[in-house]
Ligand binder design. Structure first.
Ligand SMILES: [Zn+2]
Length: 553
């Protein structure tokens, strides 16, 4: 009786016309609450524990999972763990009887004896250059290809900027600056100032060079505009590189893609009789390219194999509108194990992204206890191969299990806040959609304010799985505890933890530590669950802002 009473109340408060009988047909999944006590959202909210997040994350980031590389034993263990946890939480497969969506990956491994020379300079793999190829060919060579500096390598009609204007780069090697011209010139009114646009992303640079017909595209690494150091490039680019299986076998891509260090770039420009700093300054003034009167040669030997990996997807069916879904995303994968390393060889990926995966397990567990289910369905999509270019979420967006026009919103969780409680909440890509209104409400409830992400120049909106939804037109939110600690005690902890974690992004030292305080993860997970519940029960769907580069398709 109590249950029916509460159902009716719930329904009356949300719908203009009350239909209490409808609740009789509400799908009830597993019986999570045998004692028949009413579990309200507030109970589920205050019961969500940061310690639970830590416990799940500790397991996923244990050495036993080997760093969770796609298509390894670590994946088998991860998927088994997710299946067990989401089943126990009372969730069901989103479609059919399996939680798994197969994603066929191709892994291309360049032999470490890959070479790149520009002019008289011969570079060393991982030390000052990385090269690879997305073409499914065993041997890829370019020989004496003319070198052209193409500035930022951007062709953006809406910003009236085309570095390739009047230039034919067919068969040539293009050298490209990282980020977009707004980064160094934030007040010049070009692009979005410090905020990185998609034109600043390395993935865009190769896509555009491929469209232009170049043979090779080499990006100059600079720590500030890239937002990460050379070691991140060296580590991410060596070992197997994954892509989605492509019908054209990569023929539409440039033959060689890679990076050189800033020191290597300076040497190249000097040999061509130019100064890198001067050339960069010209590239900042407006669309720019200049021939370097040097040639480049490169050689890559690829071995490749296809493999099957999986996205995990589970749903808590909605009580009123089960066909409409709010989709949480997190990536389960990380970088695996590198047996060539001395000492620790396992990229445990505790922060990135065992915490996010664990956060979603914990949110699902709490939602599963609710006496009254949210009006719309809550779906948890835990994707593969994020680290290799958002591949799992990209595949999902191309092959959605829930139709995109039934997907109300996406909320992404990638690397939760392990630095303790904060006074603020950083929203990545501020101002893009109405989801922020719900975020503000949830943050305000916790006494927090919503602020812009600390480094909009880092392009984080394009660097995790929500971007795949945004590109497909689904409003997507990525937000987490900000940079202002709650009090002096948290500030001291934050300072200490920052020192410990420094330099651990995509390194073997991103691992579980007893000293990690779960309070920041707890408040963020509660907040995101709150946002999801508000969207699930709202009368209307959230929309993109008019000024956003993304819109519903
Ligand atoms: Zn991540």
């Amino acid at each position: 009786m109590k249950r029916h009473f509460v159902t009716a109340l719930f329904c009356c408060s949300l719908l203009s016309a009350c239909q209490p009988n409808k609740a009789e047909n509400t799908p009830i999944i597993a019986e999570q609450n045998p004692s028949n006590t009413v579990v309200s959202f507030e109970d589920a909210y205050s019961g969500l524990s940061g310690n639970t997040i830590i416990e799940h994350a500790k397991i996923l980031a244990s050495d036993d999972f080997g760093g969770r590389l796609p298509a390894t034993e670590g994946e088998v263990k991860t998927l088994a763990y997710l299946t067990e946890q989401f089943t126990q939480a009372g969730l069901v497969p989103t479609e059919g009887d399996s939680f798994l969506q197969p994603v066929e990956l191709i892994s291309i491994t360049a032999s470490p004896n890959a070479t790149l020379s520009i002019g008289q300079q011969n570079f060393n793999y991982k030390e000052n250059m990385v090269v690879g190829s997305q073409r499914e060919q065993a041997q890829i060579d370019i020989t004496d290809s003319e070198v052209v500096f193409v500035g930022y390598g951007v062709n953006a009609p809406e910003y009236n900027w085309n570095d390739y204007e009047g230039l034919d780069v067919t068969g040539k090697t293009v050298i490209i600056l990282v980020n977009d011209p707004g980064f160094e010139n934030p007040d010049a009114g070009v692009f979005e100032g410090k905020t990185m646009t998609y034109y600043g992303r390395w993935s865009y640079k190769y896509e555009e060079a491929s469209r232009q017909g170049a043979a090779a595209a080499i990006i100059v690494h600079e720590t500030e505009p890239a937002s990460y150091g050379w070691s991140v490039v060296a580590n991410s680019w060596s070992g197997p590189q994954y892509g989605l299986v492509n019908p054209d076998k990569g023929a539409s891509r440039v033959a060689i893609e890679g990076w050189i260090s800033i020191e290597a770039a300076r040497a190249v420009f000097a040999e061509a009789g130019k100064d890198f700093t001067n050339e960069k300054a010209k590239a900042l003034q407006g669309p720019y390219h200049s021939a370097l009167a040097l040639t480049a040669s490169a050689s890559v030997q690829n071995t490749f194999e296809t493999s099957m990996s999986y996205n995990f997807i589970a749903t808590l069916p909605g009580s009123e509108l089960p066909d409409e879904h709010i989709i949480f995303t997190a990536h389960w994968d990380h970088l695996g194990t590198d047996t060539s390393l001395e000492g620790d060889q396992i990229y445990n990926g505790f922060h990135d992204n065992a915490t996010g995966t664990a956060g979603l397990i914990t949110i699902a567990q709490q939602l599963g206890t609710l006496t009254e289910r949210p009006k719309r369905s809550m779906t948890f999509l835990i994707v593969t191969a994020e680290e290799q270019g958002l591949l799992g979420s990209k595949y999902y967006a191309n092959n959605p299990v829930v139709a995109l026009d039934k997907t109300v919103a996406n909320i992404n969780v990638d690397a939760m806040n392990i630095l303790g409680q904060t006074k603020d909440v950083a929203v990545v890509g501020q101002g893009k959609s109405e989801l922020e209104q719900y975020l503000v409400a949830a943050a305000t409830k916790q006494g927090r304010v919503v602020v812009q992400e600390p480094r909009p120049e880092a392009g984080y909106y394009y660097r995790s799985d929500h971007f795949s939804f945004a590109k497909a037109g689904v409003p997507a939110l990525y937000a987490y505890g900000g940079a202002t600690p709650l009090n002096d005690e948290v500030a001291a902890y934050r300072k200490k933890m920052n020192v410990i974690q420094r330099g651990c992004y995509h390194q073997v030292c991103d691992q579980y530590r007893d000293s990690i305080n779960p309070a920041g993860m707890e408040e963020d997970a509660r907040m995101l669950m709150d946002v999801a519940i508000q969207v699930a029960n709202a009368e209307i769907w959230p929309q993109w802002s008019e000024t956003s580069e993304f819109q519903r398709k």
